[in-house]
Write a protein that binds this ligand. Structure first.
Ligand code: IMP
Length: 429
């Protein structure tokens, strides 16, 4: 019963999509366990890029059952658009299943997210504006509407009207906004519900059955460890749990079914939105990383903030998630930088610490302590074997492995499927 969880080790955008796409060649099921259409996974195939937001990255591999788990929030209109786009790309959507227990992200959530962000002014979180926070708020407040309710549209409509009326009162009284047209929203929702109905399933049972059969199942997180609502850089986080524990809660899999946890780490660090970022480079190095790494968000197109590799964060992520190995992505982006820096500790309140900031201190109070490594100038894009990498590139990855205490089984050197060095299978076989 091999269940492998794939988790972003930093602030998201580590390249999980392309790693899941690769691993999916060898699995029977891929399950998304949290997040919604805030996520954006770019998968490049034959020079064409496909952006996945809610559909698991396994959809690019024929025959792999793709499950949107109960821990996600499902935005019906953009999901249908994504499904149409994928069908146009030749993907078979018969393999898609949506958890009956996932919560719906509805139009009022998106409007609320945007007006709440605006009202925060300079304290804005930099959300994707997709409605994620308000949708998870409703789930926790037990006023959310679950996917399964769409199967009985009249009951759904009654529930929807009641919740939407309350949201309208909030929008008008608190945020000085016009009320939303509830009946117009329902008119759009009816055909969407009909189209999605055949995909709704008891997905926790499907996951359980697959694991019992001995199928290989991949659990795919969106976002990354530092955006976890409990363990991330709160409040600059998303509203769910991308960390490995979230895979159990967000799919209905039992913890003992997990056989491995693969951490995906970029060879440097990026983040989108607001919040502390100790190794951020606001200089030529930052420019280099944005330019060579094409560091723009797949969902919002926002320029990502870029900086040096931070192994204090990676060790924290390794501990929280129980990583069994690493995939290092975008090593090629570092080509051309004469020297590379790795943050090994923080200076914080007169102390030097190799761990997450001590109680009473925030990541924003931390100054990075660096060690410096030589760079390389050779292009890595054609390299397919570890031993063919320039020595400086190997030493950089080996130093990262030593500092984090984990092997890097996969190293990516470009966005295409084949631009990958596989040193060992992350399944441990
Ligand atoms: P939300 O998830 O839209 O509420 O946004 C909360 C924070 O998570 C913001 O800083 C976003 O930029 C960040 N975020 C959400 N989804 C992603 C993602 O897929 N990649 C990177 N950052 C993300």
């Amino acid at each position: 019963m091999p269940g492998l969880i794939v988790v972003g080790a930093q602030w998201g955008d580590e390249g999980k999509g392309r790693i899941v796409d690769l691993l999916a060649a060898d699995v029977q099921m891929v399950v998304r366990y949290q997040g919604g259409n805030n996520a954006g996974h770019t998968v490049v195939r034959e020079g064409r890029a496909v952006r996945l937001h809610q559909v698991p990255s396994g959809i690019m591999r024929p025959g792999v059952l793709c499950v949107i788990g109960n821990g996600t929030v499902v935005e019906p209109f953009s999901l249908l658009e994504e499904m149409d786009e994928l069908a146009g790309f030749g993907c078979d959507l018969e393999v898609l299943r949506i958890s009956r227990a996932a919560h719906l992200l509805l139009p009022y959530h998106q409007v609320l997210d945007q007006v709440q962000e605006t009202s925060r002014g300079t304290q804005a979180l930099g959300t994707t504006g997709r409605g994620i926070g308000p949708a998870y708020t409703d789930k926790a407040a037990r006023v959310g509407i679950r996917v399964e309710e769409m199967l009985h549209f009249d009951t759904f409509a009654r529930h929807f009207r009641a919740v939407a009326q309350e949201k309208n009162r909030l929008l008008v009284a608190l945020y000085d906004q016009p009320p939303l047209d509830i009946e117009a929203m329902l008119e759009r929702l009816r055909p969407a519900a009909e189209r999605l109905a055949p995909y709704i399933a008891d997905t926790s049972l499907l996951v359980h059955q697959a694991l019992r059969r001995g199928d290989r199942v991949l659990f795919e997180g969106a976002q990354g460890t530092l955006l976890d609502i409990d363990h991330g850089t709160y409040p600059f986080v998303t509203s769910s749990n991308p960390t490995a524990g979230g895979a159990c809660v967000g799919t209905g899999m039992a913890p003992a079914e997990v056989t491995g946890v693969l951490g995906i780490a970029k060879a440097y660090t990026t983040r989108v939105g607001s919040g502390p970022f100790p190794t951020e480079c606001r200089d030529d190095v930052g420019e280099h990383l944005v330019r060579e790494g094409v560091e723009y968000g797949a969902t919002t197109g926002r320029r990502r903030r870029c900086g040096w590799l931070d192994v204090v964060l990676l060790r924290y992520a390794a501990r929280l998630n129980g990583f069994t190995s690493l995939a290092v992505t975008k090593l090629d982006v570092l080509t051309g930088l004469p020297h590379l820096r790795i943050c090994t500790a923080y200076r914080c309140g007169g102390m030097v610490t190799e761990e997450w900031p001590p109680v009473g201190y925030d990541l924003a109070d931390c100054e990075p302590v660096y060690e410096e490594w030589p760079g390389w100038s050779e292009s890595l894009r054609e390299v397919r074997r570890w031993e063919d990498l320039p020595e400086a590139a190997r030493r950089y990855v080996e130093r990262m492995e030593a500092l984090v205490g984990l092997p890097a089984h996969l190293v990516s050197v470009g966005p295409e499927r084949e631009q990958l060095i596989v040193r060992r299978s992350p399944w441990g076989t």
